[in-house]
Unconditional design. Structure first.
Length: 759
């Protein structure tokens, strides 16, 4: 993939050049880039050398000018799929090089090799063809891979990335594989996990009683699925539980066993055609689905109200097979399987064979396992396609541990993220490395996994923190980890306000510097005043922020209980708006202010309105109120409710009380209420931004926070702000939800560190 510019190249070789130096910046190591260069050089009869450098690769080449021109064009157009070329710079060298042919030489600094490790890569077209070719020696071999595909991050024990330091170490290559590995013309040249049926790992099937069946087990697994059973199948970064998606009874049984009553399941479709039968698939979505990263893509169902046993909202998470084993599991006759992470509510994904057989006993009716060990857990990534780009929800397999390039970023920064969607981030020169999705740290096993990954990343990237950042929330377990690291290493610790971090995360995501406005809507975050924030309009940048807008806080009767029993929040809205309450006990709590912590979290307003609209009184998973409200909304509804504000200490506060009175008195259909409510929020945001722009002169707005996973809002709010003359920026490299917070913390830490505040 080429995403940058070739600087001045053609001007420079416009003359009589015969020799020059080329610097390629980007991700070009361990992705088959040097063999690719070798092939191009042969094609154009050039001489010289190539070597890895800290920023990518360097070359010196000598040859005839038209050939050099062709080389550069092909370097750009035919780069290997896993390479990310950010720029190519070219400079003339005087005199003859005296090269003897073309050589691949050692790195300029051995250390630089450590900076980049490839993520896991979905099966490529070449391997897929061989997999299904009866004359190929890897016909139906579930571990076929090459330089362009296969496991990477999840099988690496330590660096350098070399078979000996992966879980392939226990499978010595047979002579045939070794010959391919050593041949620069071969598409398996230096493919560390290369293997075949003679020398590589094997699959096997274990039944529910733990008895191992003879053979590769694939047919047994297919029989189980076709019979309506639930299969545990080992993937790249962990185990999945799979069953036939169209078999409602099997899906219901899976929900029952997993204690997952309503939360949507993702499915794996055999191919794009199958995905198109279930959902609308745009060109950009088709590209995302089939990219080597093979994420789960949230697609709009063909029609509302369908496939409700899989997903209760208008979208369905769909992915395509990404390992050869998945392809064989589908065979010729399966179309669509539920594929859900094998774990018990909120614990990390199960990834070891023994662990699967023990913990998933009773959950799975059979196990399709293999003897290549997964060394690092990595869940499936989840994204939307928004305005033609990735809009990440969960950045994990296929992405991690690729860095996010941030010009000038200094090394040694570590940020510990939030808590419920935990993830850390560390920096090397010019690169931020976010961890994979880790989960909710309140679970002890997840916390262990978080700390283990911190150590693993530090080792992989040869990382020593010089400063550490965490959330301002005193009780987050990630805060505790950060405090411990700071104390042990005697390095400075910076506590970053949650929504400030969200905002700066979106700025970094878009490469914005200086100051801008940040509209940050989420469920909950600790404010510097000790109250809960979450519907914020901030102004500022990495160096600091001011709060310019928020919403009237909602008292939550019973505290945390109100996030599940959202009817409590609806009662609070009624009470505050001066309406009659339906529940006397709750009314008393509110009157006395007993156990009623106040929250300005936008997520809570969604909960309350969801219950007020009669859509749902209780939630079974986090964010369900907002999900159901979005699903219910009547897309054609243009109306809105009264949008009131009051000022408080220089902050424009959205007053939802008039809106609540209108909703309560209206007798409108739930779909109308949902749409009018969100339309009101769009107007509210526009009014707050207008007023903030008058005060600050800032016209750039970044949108961040979990609420912006709501596509009803995303289809309307940016458009509205643009119409009012704002420049709007949304996420495309990290998630708007709390997973993305670590990147913002990192940038704020760096700014503080540079200015000497933490030193
Ligand atoms: Zn391949
Ligand atoms: Zn072999
Ligand atoms: Fe948040």
């Amino acid at each position: 993939m080429f995403c940058g510019k070739i600087h001045e190249v053609f001007n420079i070789i416009g003359g009589k050049l015969t020799r020059f130096r080329i610097e390629v910046r980007g991700i070009v190591q361990g992705v088959g880039f040097r063999p690719f260069v070798h092939r191009l050089v042969g094609r154009h009869k050039l001489a010289g050398w190539v070597r890895n450098s800290s920023g990518g690769a360097e070359l010196e080449l000598e040859g005839e000018e038209p050939e050099l021109r062709g080389f550069l064009r092909e370097l750009r157009d035919e780069a290997p799929p896993l390479a990310v070329i950010e720029s190519v710079e070219c400079r003339e060298l005087s005199g003859a090089g005296g090269y003897e042919g073309f050589r691949i030489i050692g790195s300029d600094r051995g250390e630089s090799m450590r900076t980049l490790v490839s993520p896991d890569v979905g099966i490529c077209q070449d391997c897929l063809r061989e997999l299904l070719d009866p004359s190929d020696r890897r016909y139906r071999y579930p571990f076929i891979n090459c330089t362009n595909c296969g496991p990477r991050f999840t099988i690496i024990r330590s660096v350098p990335y070399d078979r000996a330091f992966t879980s392939m170490a226990e499978f010595p290559m047979c002579p045939d594989c070794a010959a391919e590995f050593a041949d620069i013309e071969n598409r398996r040249y230096h493919a560390q996990p290369d293997c075949c049926p003679v020398c590589g790992p094997r699959t096997f099937f274990m039944d529910a009683e733990g008895r191992r069946l003879p053979g590769d087990g694939i047919e047994a697994a297919r029989r189980l699925i076709k019979g309506g059973g639930i299969l545990c199948v080992k993937g790249l970064g962990g185990m999945h539980l799979a069953c036939l998606a169209e078999n409602e009874e099997a899906v219901r049984e899976l929900r029952r066993r997993k204690h997952r009553d309503e939360k949507p399941f993702a499915v794996m479709c055999r191919d794009l055609d199958c995905a198109r039968r279930l959902c609308e698939v745009s060109e950009a979505e088709a590209r995302a689905l089939s990219s080597f990263r093979r994420p789960i893509v949230l697609l709009d169902k063909r029609s509302r109200g369908e496939l409700m046993h899989l997903s209760e909202n208008n979208a369905l998470g769909v992915m395509l097979p990404y390992t050869p084993l998945h392809v064989l599991l589908f065979g010729d006759d399966l179309d669509c399987l539920v594929m859900t992470s094998a774990n018990l509510s909120d614990t990390p994904i199960v990834y070891k064979n023994a662990e699967a057989l023990e913990k998933l006993r009773g959950l799975a009716d059979g196990f399709l396992l293999h003897d290549r060990e997964i060394l690092t857990r990595c869940d499936d990534s989840l994204l939307r396609v928004y305005e033609g780009r990735d809009y990440p929800v969960r950045r994990s397999r296929g992405y991690v541990p690729y860095p996010i390039t941030i010009k000038g970023l200094r090394p040694g920064m570590l940020s510990c993220g939030a808590e419920q969607k935990a993830g850390f981030c560390l920096s090397k020169e010019g690169h931020a490395f976010p961890s994979q999705h880790i989960g909710d740290l309140k679970n002890l096993e997840t916390l262990d996994c978080y700390e283990e990954q911190l150590r693993h990343f530090a080792k992989l990237f040869d990382f020593e923190p010089v400063a550490v950042a965490c959330d301002m929330h005193p009780d987050y377990l990630s805060t505790e980890v950060a405090e411990r690291i700071a104390a042990e290493r005697h390095i400075p610790l910076l506590r970053v306000q949650h929504h400030h971090a969200h905002m700066v995360s979106c700025m970094a995501d878009n490469g914005l510097e200086g100051e801008c406005l940040g509209l940050v809507w989420d469920g909950t975050g600790y404010g510097p005043d000790g109250t809960i924030w979450g519907a914020e309009l901030l102004a500022g940048g990495a160096r600091g922020f001011r709060r310019l807008g928020t919403m009237r806080p909602i008292p939550l009767p019973g505290g945390d209980a109100a996030t599940k029993e959202i009817w409590r929040t609806a009662e609070a809205l009624r009470y505050e708006a001066g309406l009659e309450n339906n529940n006397g006990t709750i009314k008393k709590l509110l009157e006395r202010g007993l156990n009623c912590p106040k929250s300005s979290g936008m997520g809570r307003l969604f909960d309350g309105v969801c219950a007020l609209a009669g859509i749902r009184a209780e939630c079974s998973y986090e964010g369900q109120g907002a999900v159901l409200l979005e699903a219910a909304a009547d897309a054609g509804e243009r109306g809105e409710y009264e949008c009131a504000f009051y000022g408080e200490g220089g902050v424009t506060v959205f007053d939802w009380r008039p809106m609540v009175r209108q909703i309560a008195s209206g007798g409108e259909a739930p779909g109308t209420v949902a749409a009018k409510f969100m339309n009101t929020l769009v107007s509210m945001a526009a009014a707050q931004c207008r007023s903030a722009a008058e005060q600050t002169g800032l016209r750039r707005v970044v949108l961040s926070g979990g609420v912006f996973q709501n596509m009803y809002l995303m289809a309307r709010l940016p458009e509205r702000l643009r119409a009012e003359g704002f420049e709007v920026f949304t996420h495309s490299r990290v998630s708007p939800n709390d997973e993305g917070v670590a990147l913002g913390q990192l940038m704020i830490l760096e700014a503080e560190y540079v200015s000497g505040g933490t030193a």
